[in-house]
Design a protein. Structure first.
Length: 575
């Protein structure tokens, strides 16, 4: 995914505002970025540097997550037409770009990038030779296959044309400024009034107003909605990295969510419980960290007799049979993950019922769901998801509690706080892992998803190969890779004899075992992280938090760019 921003302002603004807004969307992509302020078109590789000369009344900007074409200056957005008059930014994927490109090349257009997006600029250039902008946009909606949120700007003209299909796009109206962006983060500190684009809608955005249209070009009246969003400090403050800041926020954010499930979100939560009770089949759809939280949820619910399936959203269509008695629960921090949205489309086509559990309000997943709950983790700036995982897992544990899972959630935040106090100890252990080429994390039952989540964090942040697996699977092949000194993190819940025996198996092969356990008998081992809880549900969440810290400190030791996994800083002005 990429992030896009456009600003049309009644008064001139410093061009740097485009980058300042874009910086808030950097979590959506950080390979390269660029902006066009009506005069200057500037592109850079790497992290967004919020500095730019000049002033503007209209401008667009883009932060890229490379899909078509490598991370190069040429592939960075914005893209311009041959004559440089039409400038565009795009988030999404144009599936038929090769056909469109061939036909535009036949018409004499010269391409300078390998991206799918550049065809948009040339398509508009060609169309505007003989048609009005509105007709070109209507034709664009017919001709282009794929997903897109597109902003088009024409040199010398003070309008932005914003077009959406399947990629998120929202317009915020702040004091004298109309800001169109991939999500509300771009302007949530400036306004709480926004209008959300629906699929195949477009808008003309001017300094003094805007107008939405449907795919046929008919005007659409779209009242502004007031949105509520936690105004959380997005600054790192005293923390070295956002990742650490966000882990340290976990006690507060989990309390905030649990409180809200008893108060403002209680009616929605009760409806969810009713839906779970009344559904013949329940399927979670999610990706990455959210998938691991869903797996944990499946475990919690299974323990109280509710069978669920957890599917990786990108495979959802291939594995799920959905009908009107099926409840699909989409778990997504951003609420904008395309694989999840695709899965939900399939669920909707098959008449399943959809519940969204998201962190970003007004996101696409939320708007596709008949019922939606918010995990209230606040903005996650770091690409590695941490506090959102804790809140997702706590929400699912709370649901299981309604069906009889015995757990006291009142002291969960206190337990997390207690664990975070051990960060110096965890740091020491993590620094030994930093020397390794491979790390294995083993769990069973509820700790299996946690093992996978810890492995994902280690890979994502420290770039060390890590594999999270079921302890029982070791003997079926992977144990061959355990040698003298190989770090194995073993997640031992109470006295679970099976995982204890797996731990002994790897120890017998010389592994350097690190235990994360709530078993007091293991607390004095040399590399032990002791967790204070005798409750299974809470142990799962706490073990994941310990793993987040391990991943963070290993990455820090290795000097990895934790908040942004790549840094290719280099800058050039194109026009
Ligand atoms: C994990 O640290 C990642 N950020 C990633 O796996 C993420 O959880 C996944 O892409 C799903 O995102 P979502 O929760 O916003 O849908």
């Amino acid at each position: 995914m990429c992030g896009i921003v456009g600003i049309a302002s009644r008064n001139e603004f410093p061009s740097v505002l485009l980058l300042d807004r874009l910086k808030r969307l950097e979590y959506r992509g950080y390979d390269s970025y660029g902006y066009f302020d009506g005069v200057r078109l500037k592109k850079s590789l790497g992290n967004i540097e919020v500095s730019a000369p000049g002033k503007a009344r209209i401008g667009i900007a883009h932060t890229r997550w490379a899909t078509h074409g490598g991370v190069t200056m040429r592939n960075a957005h914005p893209h311009a037409s041959c004559d440089g008059r039409i400038v565009i930014v795009h988030n999404g994927i144009i599936e038929n770009f090769e056909d469109l490109r061939k036909s535009l090349v036949r018409q004499g257009h010269r391409f300078s990038s390998q991206t799918d997006s550049e065809v948009i600029a040339h398509y508009f250039e060609e169309g505007l030779k003989s048609k009005s902008i509105k007709v070109v946009i209507k034709d664009f909606l017919k001709a282009f296959i794929g997903t897109f949120a597109v902003l088009v700007q024409i040199k010398g003209n003070d309008e932005i044309y914003a077009i959406k299909r399947d990629s998120p796009l929202v317009l915020g109206v702040a004091n004298g400024k109309n800001i169109v962006a991939s999500d509300i983060y771009a302007f949530s500190d400036m306004t709480n009034r926004a209008a959300f684009f629906e699929n195949d809608e477009f808008a003309v955005i001017r300094p003094d107003g805007y107008q939405f249209f449907d795919r046929r070009g008919r005007a659409v009246q779209k009242p502004l909605q007031k949105f509520v969003w936690e105004q959380e400090a997005s600054q790192k403050k005293a923390f070295k990295h956002y990742m650490l800041k966000e882990i340290m926020e976990e006690p507060e954010t989990v309390d905030r969510m649990l409180f809200s499930l008893e108060h403002e979100q209680k009616p929605a939560f009760d409806r969810l419980i009713k839906l779970v009770r009344g559904s013949k089949k329940i399927i979670f759809a999610s990706c990455g960290t959210s998938y691991h939280a869903s797996l944990l949820g499946s475990y919690f619910l299974h323990r109280v007799g509710i069978e669920t399936q957890t599917l990786i959203a990108s495979e959802f269509r291939h594995y799920a049979n959905i009908d009107r008695d099926t409840l699909v629960i989409a778990l997504s921090q951003s609420g904008e993950t395309m694989d999840v949205i695709d899965g939900l489309k399939y669920a909707a086509e098959s008449r399943g019922r959809i519940v969204g559990i998201v962190n970003v309000p007004y996101s696409t997943v939320q708007r596709m769901s008949e019922l939606s709950l918010n995990i209230l983790a606040g903005q996650e700036v770091c690409v590695a998801s941490t506090k959102a995982f804790v809140n997702q897992a706590a929400m699912l544990l709370k649901i299981a509690q309604e069906f009889g899972f015995r757990v006291n959630l009142d002291n969960l935040s206190e337990r997390i706080r207690g664990l975070l106090r051990k960060k110096a100890e965890i740091r020491r252990i993590a620094e030994t892992i930093a020397k390794a080429g491979d790390v294995y994390i083993i769990g069973r039952g509820l700790t299996y998803p946690v093992a996978r989540e810890i492995a994902l964090k280690i890979k994502e942040i420290s770039y060390i190969h890590a594999e999270g697996m079921m302890g029982g699977e070791l003997k079926h092949g992977t144990i061959a890779l355990i040698e003298k000194g190989t770090p194995v993190i073993s997640l031992i819940n109470n006295n679970d004899p099976d995982i204890i025996s797996n731990t002994k198996e790897v120890e017998a092969r010389g592994a350097k075992v690190i235990t994360i356990s709530n078993n007091p008998a293991l607390a004095n081992r040399p590399d032990a992280i002791a967790i204070r809880t005798d409750n299974d549900g809470k142990f799962g969440i706490l073990a994941a938090v310990a793993g987040q810290l391990i991943a963070y400190y290993a990455a820090d030791k290795l000097g990895r760019p934790i908040d942004k996994p790549r840094n290719l800083a280099k800058s050039v002005t194109v026009k």
